[in-house]
Design a protein around this ligand. Sequence first.
Ligand code: SF4
Length: 359
Amino acid sequence: MSVADSSAADSVAAPDTADTSSSVGVFSPPGYYDALAQQVLDGTPITREQALAMLEASDLDVPAIISAGYRIRHQYFGNTVQLYFLMNAKSGLCPEDCHYCSQSKVSDAPVPKYNILKRDALMDAAKVAAERGAKTYCLVISARGPNEREMKAVEEIVPEIKQKYNLDICACLGLLDESQAARLKACGVDRVNHNLNSSETHYEKICTTHTYEDRVQTLRHVRDAGMEMCSGGIIGMGESKSDIVSMAFDLNELGVQSIPVNILNAIDGTPLEGTAALTPQDALKALAMFRFVNPDRELRIAGGRELHLRQLQPMGLYVANSVFVGDYLTTQGQAPQADYDMIRDLGFDVTGSCEEMSV
Ligand code: SF4
């Protein structure tokens, strides 16, 4: 059943947010968000209206929203945190024009430019991932899609990494056709990352060289090949709150298992340079909304975490259950020890041991 079609008969009425803004406004009625979480836990999905109301809520509601979202997160993931490690196996040189991306041909950002790394460099990075307690090694290349040389490189390295370090492998290689997806599955790739990035209606404003439907089609190939789908997006690209809600529901309906939410780092030299940043409160409301819409899916705070949540990062982990440890693709993350300290101070545990916009 489509979430959008779900009956609202058992759902909690969304509060009236008409006279509120994100920085001033009024509290929602006491217990409203707890009731909404209970509704979700009882099996009645949140409606689009309720999800939008959460994004439009006053900042005064942020503690209540996070607290209620934690109940959902705890139901499915307890106090566990999954760590991911990103490896930018090929940087820059991409012919696509994704406006947020520093590796695009239309970006002037001074990022490293290199073709797919050799075996030793990829294995060294896998060793670091294992040492840092990562569950998954995310192998990322900048490309519209992988060429034959890149496919062969991935097919060779994946079995070796898995055999030596027992890491799950997530490949982020751009658009894939059916046969490429089948080859990735055959060589041992567990999961493919391919982000929707935004809503269908906003997509043409952030990219003109491929379409939203192209991205959805790649995810279908990944699913049909029997791999897990990792797909999320970027918030703060000038989209409306309805666009963010739309993306969250599309990801749910596609059945993606893992949802990375990036908060735009408007890198100088990219077309989105100078885009107004979201507030930490708006970012937290969005993360919580993704949790309410996708209660049992892995939710990861991805690129932009340190930059935009700043001292409120721990609040994000009350609704998300995963982060990247270490650097992003072309920007630095905080030191791994800071993440371990944050997780420990929350009383949470690390479990187990692409991303295109994980800048
Ligand atoms: S997001 Fe991916 S496809 Fe788009 S420009 Fe960057 S590397 Fe290329």
